[in-house]
Design a protein around this ligand. Structure first.
Ligand code: IMP
Length: 424
């Protein structure tokens, strides 16, 4: 069976820790959407690894890792990330087959490539918008736009050099008016891509067939989502979203698996809310000392861009919406320790929308929050590993969330450490 772990807020929920914690129990870990706009750092035996693209299973020797068809790949970035695990191997000099990652990493021949012009377009588009989205500037939107417009470049195209050249030439011609005075050069793009073609050859395969085969053999597969449901291209706060399907549907279209292959769907949420970039955020604590306290205690700065994250109270209306959207069977509640020593904690249970009280998520999310107030707890829950050892106020907060959204909170994280997790 394939279990799915996905974010159910605006991203940065702490999926990395849950995936990292569970990855050792799985034989395959699969990324199925997004690209190097995502990111987390994992510390193992004192060494820090930064992962933007590689699935977290890369840290476990027995785990096979897949970048499936729904992902968009910046090949230079992927090369750098792979180098962290290929210490004795020179990716420029040695033959690719010698990489220690061969047989542990599989890249879909259908995944799309982020090219230098996508990054230039991403930044130019942001400048031209009346209100910028606040993208990560990694070329994600333009790469997915080309995919949908049917002029994208797939990984498999790297091995059809003649047609690749003419496709890229056509793309460069068509964007020249949008990017005047650019220094994009067809020959240098082609030279770089043919280097990548040799570098990545041993890793490229039809990952749909690979996963079907793994499924048939009864292997345990973990599908690892990036970003969060409120950033979904269809169901998020459009246009302030990312350009992929971050909700459960993306796990199917992005891998080629179908509904009968899916086991658990584990939604990951923080005990409060954060958002990077622009767009509606009803529970934001704007220019507020409690918001600053959340930011500081939660180290709420983007792993990819370093930008400070906007912080606010937990939005239970949006959370319940995301649980329904994804069919979550279990939840993981992260960073409960960040709420230590708050005199009170708020959670949004309704919205005020055009002078009416509503209990659903309207399309523009231009609402004011209506809160339920909880008594906070004194002292720290950091490192607690049993639910019964949590202070009653924390138990009460967690039980309320569970009842409100109608889904079991199966994991509660009480610190950034891998092992500090309550499982129930
Ligand atoms: P893009 O994905 O770079 O196009 O950015 C679109 C929006 O998604 C922006 O608001 C980004 O801040 C947000 N975003 C993209 N990736 C992440 C992530 O991994 N965590 C949180 N927000 C993200």
């Amino acid at each position: 069976m394939a279990d799915v772990i996905l974010g159910i807020q605006w991203g940065d929920e702490g999926k990395g820790k849950i995936v990292d914690n569970l990855a050792s129990k799985f034989e395959y870990v699969v990324r199925y959407q997004g690209g190097n706009n995502a990111g987390h750092t994992i510390v193992v035996d004192g060494k820090t690894y930064t992962l933007h693209l590689l699935p977290s299973g890369i840290l476990y020797k027995n785990c096979k890792n897949v970048l499936a068809n729904g992902v968009v790949i910046d090949l230079g970035e992927l090369d750098m990330e792979m180098n962290q695990f290929e210490e004795s191997f020179d990716s420029k000099g040695d033959i690719a087959e010698k990489s220690p990652l061969v047989g542990r990493l599989f890249i879909s021949n259908k995944a799309h490539i982020i090219l230098p012009y996508h990054i230039l377009l991403d930044n130019a588009n942001e400048k031209n918008r009346t209100k910028a989205i606040g993208t990560t500037g990694k070329g994600i939107g333009p790469a997915y736009a080309d995919k949908i417009s049917r002029c994208g470049i797939q990984i498999g195209d790297l091995y059809r050099l003649e047609s690749l050249r003419s496709k890229i030439k056509a793309n460069l011609d068509s964007i020249s008016s949008r990017l005047p005075n650019n220094n994009l050069n067809l020959d240098s793009i082609m030279a770089e891509l043919s280097g990548f073609a040799a570098r990545f050859k041993p890793f490229i395969t039809d990952t749909t067939l690979l996963l079907w085969d793994a499924q048939k053999q009864g292997k345990k597969i973990l599908l690892e989502g990036a970003q969060g449901s409120m950033l979904d291209i269809d169901h998020g706060t459009y246009p302030f979203v990312t350009s992929s399907t971050t909700s459960i549907a993306g796990a199917l279209s992005g891998t080629g698996l179908n509904t009968s292959d899916i086991g658990e769907v584990i939604g990951v949420a923080k005990a409060y809310c954060t958002r990077v970039g622009n767009g509606e955020f009803p529970t934001e604590l704007l220019e507020n000392e409690l918001g600053e306290k959340l930011q500081e205690k939660g180290h709420e700065f983007g792993a990819t861009t370093g930008r400070p994250r906007r912080c606010g109270w937990l939005d239970l209306v949006a959370l319940r919406h995301a649980v329904r959207l994804n069919g979550c069977t279990k939840l993981a509640l992260m960073k409960i320790d960040v709420l230590d020593n708050f005199e009170y904690i708020n959670a949004c249970v309704k919205y005020r929308y055009h002078n009416e009280e509503i209990e659903y998520v309207p399309d523009d999310l231009d609402v004011d929050p209506i809160y339920k107030e909880f008594v906070g707890w004194a002292g720290s829950v950091r490192g607690i590993r049993k639910f019964d050892d949590l202070p009653p106020e924390a138990q009460n907060y967690i039980n309320f969330i569970e009842d409100f959204v109608g889904c079991k909170i199966a994991y509660i994280s009480t610190s950034p450490e891998r092992e500090d997790l309550i499982a129930r």
